[in-house]
Ligand binder design. Structure first.
Ligand code: URA
Length: 239
């Protein structure tokens, strides 16, 4: 199997010599959507991956990618036909969103994605789930959750920027399903995923949609995504 990173020329077609960059891996799962690998997205990811990028820039450029993820996530929600009359008295046959939504962030890094969701969906309700490694069993354990009480009737945008082993994401989806949310109404948004995490998740939850900006090479021995960007929560909140 070829494990070398996928390298592509990235840029507008009119340039004779396009720069090359490593782009996202592809995976054979219909429920996994990788954002189009545009020069803009690759340049934004390059900034947040750089260990020299300082916190203010890390926050600013992460927020730009989060915005792209939320906008793409919203494309997967149902719409209905909706006709309006314009100020020049003509009809326009368009669309409107159907159904209620909410966000659920996996603490703490997922909370960094809440503002991006609020920027697109005014006064959206946001629940929280805290999952941590149980030091005795080393397995992920649910420590806390606070979810909208009518969550079973909503579409859920699940937020966690780094999709590493998939352990927390799988447990978060299990919590949502146990509260009555159908798998088809869950959309998991993340910035960087590992092929291992995506594979495990897609096999377990083939009906949960994943929207990610990039599928990276893999995981290191400490289960950090490589090349990755380090600890997202530390870089966003404390470094
Ligand atoms: N969480 C992070 O913040 N980074 C990783 O690489 C993996 C999990």
């Amino acid at each position: 199997m070829d494990t070398s990173p996928p390298i592509e020329k990235v840029g507008p077609d009119h340039r004779a010599e396009l720069p090359v960059a490593v782009v996202s891996k592809t995976v054979p799962f219909e429920n996994v959507h990788v954002l189009t690998q545009t020069p803009q997205l690759i340049a934004l990811l390059t900034i947040i991956r750089d260990k020299k990028t300082e916190r203010a820039d890390f926050i600013f450029y992460s927020n730009r990618i989060i915005r792209l993820l939320v906008e793409e996530g919203l494309n997967h929600l149902p719409t209905v036909e909706h006709t309006v009359t314009t100020p020049v008295d003509r009809k326009y046959d368009g669309l409107s969103f159907e159904g209620k939504i909410c966000g659920v962030s996996i603490m703490r890094a997922g909370e960094a994605m809440e503002q991006g969701l609020r920027d697109c969906c005014r006064s959206v309700r946001i629940g929280k789930i805290l999952i941590q490694r149980d030091e005795e069993t080393t397995l992920p354990k649910l420590f806390y959750d606070k979810l909208p009480e009518d969550i079973a009737n909503r579409w859920v945008l699940l937020l966690d920027p780094m999709f590493a082993t998939g352990g927390s994401a799988c447990m978060a989806v299990e919590v949502l399903i146990s509260r009555g949310v159908p798998a088809e109404r869950i959309l998991f948004l993340n910035l960087i995923a590992s092929p291992q995490g995506v594979g495990k998740f897609a096999e377990k939850f083939p009906n949960v949609k994943v929207v990610t900006a990039f599928i990276d090479e893999g995981l290191d021995e400490k289960k950090y995504i490589i090349p990755g960007l380090g600890d997202f929560g530390d870089r966003f909140y404390t470094m």
